[in-house]
Design a binder for this molecule. Structure first.
Ligand code: PMP
Length: 398
């Protein structure tokens, strides 16, 4: 039965880790996947996550199924986290949501539901996180791109972004990165968000926020939801998908939420009922452990403060590495400008390296990053930053 099954190409991002693991060069570097590493290059478990896990273990909880929509108290905390405790529509129950299989799962469920309710296409920024395109294509949507980034000036291509939004058909769904845009690390300013909000309102668009880095933009997870909250204040009926992979360091636990802002509580419940219709024959219900950890932390003000401090610690380490990497490249006498490295925010440096340069970096220097030149700053450490700078200099300047 398997003759027709040809070997599929490796995933462009996860495949990098596979190649990295096979490489036996001692100083190899993995700056492909956006997973945080501490300054010695090790995976990092937030101490507050360890605290929460210890408490959970003592509770002798069972392993029964969650409901289709996951753990209700987790969803409550997740929604307060992104919309704000004092959000009026949240209090009025006009916002409702479900637990999802992290960000990816929420994106897919929402894509399918959009398709079911008459959307034929979705707009995503160009560039965007590589997986957005297959996620929405597999959900049955045509993926269209709007201009976002100017490669020449390494900055936001704002006037074209606005023009492209103005040209979208009425009622289209537009995916927006809530903060710390992946891969460019360039977010609109608050004034620019306002303008996006205004033109999106004129075209009656459905803004769909992907919030995968709440905490990695300003360093304070409580502040990073400014764009989402502005759109809600402006009266948009939005959808939001949240990932707790990066900010809580819970990658493998698959913790996420998908929510919508509706006109009435009845309407938000109707949408949730449709989300559940899609979840049930897909994976039935989400896993419990990670959601318990996040709930435990967000239910306790002290733990929440610890979380904010520890998340800020991760963001600050990355920021420090941006400065060090840029300076090292400048000290080497690079003829290119690298100031975008410190202007960008979040986990990634969108380096501007060409595909050939990225391949040379991999083949000559055993440094693994995606072909678009995106470097995960989360994998850059005091020990490897000089090596990375010299290698980048070698492939870009010689
Ligand atoms: N959206 C964006 C923009 C991302 O960068 C990522 C992770 N790389 C995700 C969603 C999904 O991650 P996860 O499924 O682990 O939540």
């Amino acid at each position: 039965p398997w003759e027709k099954f040809t070997m599929a190409p490796p995933d462009p991002i996860i495949g990098l880790t596979e190649a990295y693991l096979k490489d036996d060069f001692p100083d190899k570097v993995n700056v492909g996947v956006g997973a945080y590493r501490d300054d010695s290059g090790k995976p990092f478990v937030l101490p507050v996550v360890r605290d929460a896990e210890r408490e959970i273990n003592l509770e002798n909880l069972d392993h029964e199924y969650s409901g289709i929509a996951g753990c209700p108290s987790f969803v409550d905390h997740a929604l307060k986290f992104v919309y704000g405790e004092n959000s009026a529509p949240l209090k009025e129950k006009r916002i409702a949501g479900v637990q999802t299989l992290s960000g990816t799962g929420g994106l897919r469920v929402f894509g399918e539901v959009l398709n079911r309710f008459g959307h034929k296409h979705i707009y995503v920024p160009n560039p965007t996180w590589g997986n957005h395109i297959p996620i929405f294509t597999n959900a049955g949507l045509e993926v269209r791109k709007y201009r976002y980034y100017d490669n020449e000036s390494c900055s936001l291509d704002f006037s074209n972004l606005i023009d492209d939004i103005k040209a979208m058909p009425e009622g289209s769904c537009i995916l927006l990165h809530a903060c710390a845009h992946n891969p460019t690390g360039m977010d609109p300013t608050l004034e620019q968000w306002k303008e996006i909000s205004n033109v999106a309102m004129e075209k009656n668009l459905l803004p769909f926020f992907d919030s995968a880095y709440q905490g990695f933009a300003s360093g304070d997870a409580r502040k990073d939801a400014a764009a989402v909250r502005m759109f809600v204040e402006d009266g948009h009926k939005i959808a939001v998908v949240q990932s707790f992979s990066k900010n809580f360091g819970l990658y493998g636990q698959r913790v996420g939420a998908l929510s919508v802002v509706a006109d009435t509580a009845d309407e938000s419940q109707r949408v949730v009922s449709q989300l559940k219709v899609h979840i049930r024959p897909n994976y039935s219900n989400p896993p419990r452990h990670g959601a318990r950890i996040v709930s435990k932390i967000l239910a306790c003000p002290e733990k929440t403060n610890d979380f904010v401090d520890q998340c800020m610690g991760m963001a600050n380490r990355i920021d420090g590495m941006r400065t060090t990497l840029r300076k090292a490249l400048e000290d080497l006498g690079s003829s290119r400008s690298w100031d975008h490295i410190t202007k960008q925010i979040g986990m990634f440096a969108y380096s501007g390296m060409s595909k050939d340069e990225v391949i040379a970096l991999r083949e000559k220097h055993h440094i693994y990053c995606t072909l678009d030149g995106r470097i995960s700053m989360a994998g850059v450490t005091s020990n490897n930053v000089e090596y990375i700078a010299r290698a980048i200099y070698d492939v870009t300047d010689k």
